[in-house]
Design a protein around this ligand. Structure first.
Ligand code: NAD
Length: 321
């Protein structure tokens, strides 16, 4: 069995490699070659922690396993990341353990890759302005992955906690792009592509603030009750997701579905667009919205890629089980 420690991940897997792995597994999901198992997430009644598993099997990529982890709010005080995760991979032919892979950086990379996949397949090709809503840990990864898909000329951003906006400004500078902090009206009026990546439980963006032709990647809502945009916007937009079962229960679409504004049948899996079995954007005026809920197969895909790269680079630690 192989161990790939967290400290090696950053030297091994790039945003480009993460993009390829996630795009391929979304395509496999839509073909029926890969499926996620039911998610477990529990408050463990200790250290205020939330702990769980996301797991699945990709028959095409031969990735079998799970991501285990959760949220420990007291970690920051100990100098540790609050979100902790580890990926376990198994040999699908024998069930034997294959690898243990540090999952913290991989989570950010695979989440950014998912919205980048949606930008590639759904946004207007002439998109010039990227709008960021959210300036937390994930936001920098999101911006870096997004700018690889379109020739953005400018980044604009808004955050509930304005003191955090420097993260967006610094990341845009690193990417050689101008950055402007704006209010939500300006963000909706100017942005061609909007990424929302917050832990909000109330809609931030109003339906009326979004102009025709916008592509939104709503990435923050991954739990029952969270919400980043007006439910009415999902009725106006054409809605895509990573996995419909998650979209309607824990994703951004949960609210529009609960209000009867859209139904399960109105949501398309992005993998079907990748496979050319469903239409993506059909006009320049259409609003497209990707509900990125985060599936276990994304974690397995990037972890498998990291294992291959670690073996090639000679940094995989081999242990007998
Ligand atoms: P973080 O704690 O570093 O940042 C939180 C962000 O949310 C900040 O921008 C903060 O200002 C904003 N925020 C907090 N309270 C808010 C409120 N009441 N209204 C509006 N904004 C508010 O978190 P992060 O690691 O950047 O993650 C952001 C979100 O993305 C979380 O909800 C997380 O669960 C989610 N996430 C989703 C996936 C996925 O696959 N879809 C993967 C990882 C994280």
């Amino acid at each position: 069995m192989i161990i790939v420690p967290e400290r090696e991940i950053g030297n091994l897997i790039t945003p480009e490699a993460s993009f390829e792995a996630v795009e391929a597994v979304f395509a496999a999901m839509a073909r029926g070659d890969a499926y996620n198992f039911p998610v477990i997430r529990e408050a463990i009644g200790y250290a205020d922690a939330l702990y769980g598993f996301k797991s699945g099997f990709d028959k095409a990529g031969l990735s079998l396993g799970l991501k285990s982890g959760g949220y420990w709010p007291g970690n920051a005080a100990k100098g540790l990341t609050n979100h902790q995760s580890t990926v376990f991979l198994f040999d699908p032919d024998t069930g034997q353990p294959k690898a243990i892979v540090g999952g913290n950086l991989l989570t950010a990379l695979r989440t950014a890759a998912a919205s980048a996949v949606s930008i590639k397949h759904l946004s207007r090709k002439n998109s010039k302005v990227l709008g960021m809503v959210g300036a937390g840990h994930q936001s920098a990864f999101q911006m870096r992955a997004a700018v690889m898909q379109r020739d953005f000329e400018k980044v604009i951003g808004w955050n509930f906690h304005p003191e955090m906006l420097s993260r967006l400004a610094d990341t845009a500078a690193e990417l050689g792009l101008p950055f402007e902090a704006v209010d939500l009206d300006q963000l909706g009026a100017e942005a061609d592509v909007i990424i929302t990546i917050t832990s909000s439980f109330d809609p931030i963006l109003k339906d009326t603030q979004i102009k025709a032709g916008t592509h939104l990647a709503c990435m923050g809502t991954d739990t029952k009750g969270k919400q980043e945009v007006d439910a009415a916007l999902l009725a106006r937009a054409t809605v895509f997701t990573d996995e419909i079962a998650q979209s309607i229960t824990i994703g951004e679409a949960q609210h529009a579905v609960a209000k009867g504004l859209i139904g399960e049948g109105d949501i398309t899996e992005i993998g079907a667009v990748i496979n050319n079995t469903a239409p993506g954007r059909t006009s320049d005026a259409q609003i497209t919205l990707f509900d990125g809920t985060g599936v276990g197969l994304q974690d397995l895909a990037v972890a498998s890629a990291a294992v291959e790269l670690a073996v090639k680079a000679g940094v995989a630690i081999e242990v007998d089980m």
